[in-house]
Design a protein around this ligand. Structure first.
Ligand SMILES: NC(=O)C1=CN([C@@H]2O[C@H](COP(=O)(O)OP(=O)(O)OC[C@H]3O[C@@H](n4cnc5c(N)ncnc54)[C@H](OP(=O)(O)O)[C@@H]3O)[C@@H](O)[C@H]2O)C=CC1
Ligand SMILES: CC(=O)C(=O)O
Ligand SMILES: [Mg+2]
Length: 482
């Protein structure tokens, strides 16, 4: 609440504070605290921090967009609040997420605050507690679905392009997966769209895997991956890993998918379930007997990497981590679910149950852990490493579309910035304290891809794209007026 007030009162000071104390303040502006802020958003609400577009605005969405005082927008983060972190449907109160993500766009990626627009689309909520909460700030009705939902979203996407042109980046955030994949597929050919939960998460995890392998040895193709959670994050990561393997080992993506397995709420995804699962899971329905629980899946599949993205806290039990540690000398264990209460295990559990052998990362931050006299610094495997730099690269190159190759480039750029020194401490990412440098490097690599693919409209192409990205970054300094 204090930081929200400061952001409102003295934006420059807010960003100065954020940038100078990023490791301390990230857990407040972002996960885990932002989750709690969204849950309580109605009762801590003081003034609007973003733009709300509701079902009632149908037919005049463009007019509503034009009410936003800033005209020169480069990045929109939009949610409909249906899957806020691992906390479920928080309706309109999900606004904390676009606001928090965009604060990171500025603090971590250097996109000007005035060029950032947080939007929440209010189509109702199915969260009974919120519907009965006198302080709930959104429409008091069940979620609109089907044609009513699709028409509002379509009107929004058309209005965005009409108002801001085709170079505004629209980041979809925390939509439920039954809409997220469809929206990305529908608009990726006509708009500059990026789904952070699918693509940003994929890039950060791939980067962590590549960095880990650089020091632990081996290639991605040597590994067997088991995902606990087969939604946006799980299948998004799986697809990018398969793409990278296919490029590294010159095989087909289909071949690469054979070493990637996923578990959802009904157990291991296997071929006998093919007719009853959502389309985004089908590519991973391999031949295997049905398996109901995670531990049995681990014993059968013998994965080298276990990646949690089911939003189920404490699902990596002692038995699960011990099973991973009995199969692998250095088990890779990523507990991606947010916020901390949904983390599959804590850093302390991962290190102690694996006797200090786990290569560990988590979506929400954990403090360093001392185990057998060694201090382990857990990595934060969070898309916050990717989207600020990715967005900076997209907007500074004037890219008009997002392509998978640009997402891969972001992952490679992040992985390259991990040193042996980081890895020795337990890190598979560089520390957030150097995030602006990291973001400039990611931006440059994304821009290179955009230029190479003929998608960049900022011409002529700057010679040194890292320097160019840095020169475009907003810095919260007071100018001298004398
Ligand atoms: N660290 C990071 O950067 C990121 C972390 N996340 C986190 O990942 C989590 C999931 O996000 P997302 O993928 O978008 O969500 P989705 O809703 O798209 O996917 C959740 C998946 O988990 C499965 N699941 C749910 N309950 C269980 C259970 N008891 N046992 C096994 N599987 C289960 C679901 O199964 P079914 O399909 O059968 O319903 C579904 O496949 C969230 O906590 C989110 O905060 C997300 C993005 C980025
Ligand atoms: C980090 C993020 O995007 C999520 O948990 O949804
Ligand atoms: Mg998200």
């Amino acid at each position: 609440m204090f930081l929200m007030d400061l952001q409102e009162r003295n934006e420059r000071l807010f960003y100065k504070l954020m940038i100078d104390n990023v490791e301390e303040l990230l857990p407040v502006v972002y996960t885990p605290t932002v989750g709690e802020a969204c849950q309580k958003y109605g009762s801590i609400f003081r003034r609007s921090q973003g733009l709300y577009i509701s079902l009632k605005d149908k037919g005049r969405v463009l007019e509503v967009l034009r009410n936003w005082p800033e005209k020169s927008i480069q990045v929109i983060v939009v949610t409909d609040g249906e899957r806020i972190l691992g906390l479920g449907d928080l309706g309109c109160q999900g606004m904390g997420i676009p606001v928090g993500k965009l604060a990171l766009y500025t603090a971590l990626g250097g996109v000007r605050p005035s060029a950032c627009l947080p939007i929440t689309i209010d189509v109702g909520t199915n969260n009974e507690e919120l519907l009965n909460d006198e302080f709930y700030i959104g429409l008091r009705q069940k979620r609109a679905t089907g044609q009513e939902y699709t028409e509002l979203l379509d009107e929004f996407m058309v209005a965005v392009k009409q108002n801001y042109g085709q170079k505004v980046l629209v980041q979809f955030e925390d939509f439920a997966n039954h809409n997220a994949f469809t929206l990305l597929e529908k608009y990726k050919a006509t708009h500059l769209v990026f789904n952070d939960d699918i693509q940003g998460t994929a890039a950060v995890v791939l980067a962590g895997l590549m960095a880990g392998l650089k020091f632990a040895g081996g290639t991605l193709a040597d590994h067997t991956f088991l995902f606990f959670g087969a939604g946006e994050a799980g299948t998004g990561i799986a697809e990018l890993v398969a793409l990278e393997i296919s490029m590294q080992s010159k095989t087909s993506q289909e071949e690469a998918r054979k070493n990637i397995w996923l578990v959802d709420s009904k157990g291991l995804i296997v071929s006998s379930r093919k007719d009853s699962i959502q389309p985004f899971k089908k590519l991973y329905a391999h031949e295997h007997e049905p398996v109901k629980d995670l531990l049995s899946a681990i014993k059968d599949i013998k994965p080298t990497a276990l990646i949690g993205s089911a939003g189920v806290g404490q699902s990596f039990t002692k038995e699960v981590i011990e099973a991973m540690s009995s199969i692998n000398k250095r088990p890779i264990i990523l507990a991606l679910s947010n916020p901390t209460s949904k983390s599959e295990c804590t850093a302390e559990q991962a290190y102690s149950w694996s006797q200090g052998r786990a290569i560990f990362g988590s979506g929400s931050p954990f403090d360093p852990v001392k185990y057998n006299d060694k201090l382990f610094v857990p990595a934060q495997a969070n898309n916050a490493y990717i989207f600020p730099g990715f967005g900076l690269g997209v907007v500074t190159s004037g890219a008009i579309r997002v392509k998978d190759d640009m997402v891969l480039a972001a992952a490679e750029a992040l992985a390259e910035q991990v040193t042996a020194e980081h890895f020795d401490k337990g890190l598979i990412y560089p520390p957030f304290s150097s995030i602006r440098k990291i973001s400039a490097n990611i931006a440059a690599r994304v821009a290179v891809k955009a230029y190479d693919l003929g998608l960049a409209s900022h011409l002529p192409r700057p010679k040194d794209l890292v320097k160019y990205a840095e020169s475009c970054m907003y810095s919260p300094i007071y100018r001298s007026y004398r």
